[in-house]
Design a protein around this ligand. Sequence first.
Ligand code: HEM
Length: 387
Amino acid sequence: MDRRALLAGGAVLAAGVGAGVSALALGRDGGRASAPPPGSAVAGAPVPFHGERQSGVTAPQQPATQLLALDLAPAATSDGRAALRGLLGELTRVLAEAAGGTSADTRLHGGEPARFSGLVGVGPGLASRLGLNVPAPALAELPEFPGDRLDPARGGGDLLVQLCAADRWPLSVVAEQTGAAARAAGATVRWTQSGFLPRTAAGGTPRNLFGFKDGTANPDEDAARQWVWGPPGPYEHGTVLVYRRIRMDTAGFAALPGDRQNLAMGRRAGDGAPLTGTAEHDEPDIYAKNPDGSYVIPAAAHVRLSSPRLDGGARMLRRGYSYDDGPGDRGLLFCAFVRDPAQFTRVQNRLAAKDALNPFLEHTASAVAYVLPGVKEGGVLGEGLFA
Ligand code: HEM
C-alpha cells in the first residue's frame, strides 16, 4: 500500500467500492487530494491492523461501516481505569483478529477477503471522568448548533468504535464480538449505526444520497499532518472524529431543478467539478464573479461556506457514509477527522447560519471521540491514556 495513501486515507476510496482498487492519491495541489497515480493500491489486499495510526482512519474507505458507542459502568460500580484497560485489551484483540483473519469465529472465514479496518476512540466525558491523557482542551463536547434536533440515545458515548469492511457481513459479526467484550467489562452498547457507500468506479469518489460526489476536497499528506493528526508529541498519531447523523430530505432535494441543486452545492452533480472549474479536482474559486457582479459559487453554496479559504486553509478529512433506516429516515453519517474539533464548530456555525442545503437537512445525532494512536504488534490500544 502506498504510504501517502495510508497517511491521508480519507481521500481514498477502496477497492471493493468499485471493481478494482482505488486509492485516490494525494497530490500537492493546494493541500487537496488530486488524481490517482497508477497502481497505488492492491485490489483485495488485507488492511494491516498494526501501525502508527489506526486503520479505520488511514485505510482506503470501504463500502460498509458500522459504528458502535459504548458506555462504561458508572464510577460507583467499578474501578473505571481498570475496566477501561481491560476493555481496550479485548477490543484490540477483536479488531486485530478480524483484520488478520485469525478470529476463531467461523463466520469470519471462507468468504471473499473482507478488507476489515477499524478504529477506537475515547469520548470527552470518559476522558475527564477518568483523568485520561487526551489532547485537552481540544477534545470537548461540541456546542449546540442552530437547527440541531439531537437524540441523545443515538449520540455521545464513552467509547466510539468504527468498523469498516467490504460488506456488512463481517461487520455484523465483529459488532457482536465488540458487544460481548463490552458486556464482559461491565459496559453497555449505547447505540449502533450502520452505513454504506455506492459501488464506485476505481479511483472515483462515492456519491451521497443527494447524488453528489462527496469527499473530493480531502487533504493531502502535508495538509493532513497540519490539520488532521495531532502535533508532534504524544498525540501525533491520534486525531479527533466528529460524527453527525444528518437526515436528508432526498425527495425534496431531487425535486429541485438540476441547476438549482448545483447552485446550492457550488459544484455540478454530474462530474463533481466546482461551478468555477471544469474537472472534479479543480479548486473551487469562491471569489470568481459573474458579469453582473454576483458570485459564481453563490453566497449560500455549501462549498463556499465550508471552504478552507474562509478558515485559514484548515481542511478536515471527511469519510462520510450514507444510511437508510427506513422511510423518511435516510441521510449522511458525516464522519470527519480533525486535530481540533473547534475547526468543525467554525464550519458548522457558518453552515447552520445559511447553507442552501439546510431546508433539506436535519442533524439528529452527534458524537466526538479522540481516535487513539495505532498500536504495534503485541501492544494494546490506548496505552498512552494512562501514562
Ligand atoms: C448531509 C449533509 C452534507 C452533505 C450532503 C454534504 C455534501 C458535500 C459535498 C457534495 C461536497 C463537495 C465535494 C467534496 O469536496 O467532498 C462537500 C464539501 C465539503 N463539506 Fe459537506 N456535506 C454535508 C455536511 C457537511 C458538514 C456538516 C460539514 C462540516 C461542518 C461539511 C463540510 C464540508 C467541507 C469542509 C467540504 C469541502 C469544502 C472544500 O474544501 O471545497 N459538510 N460536502
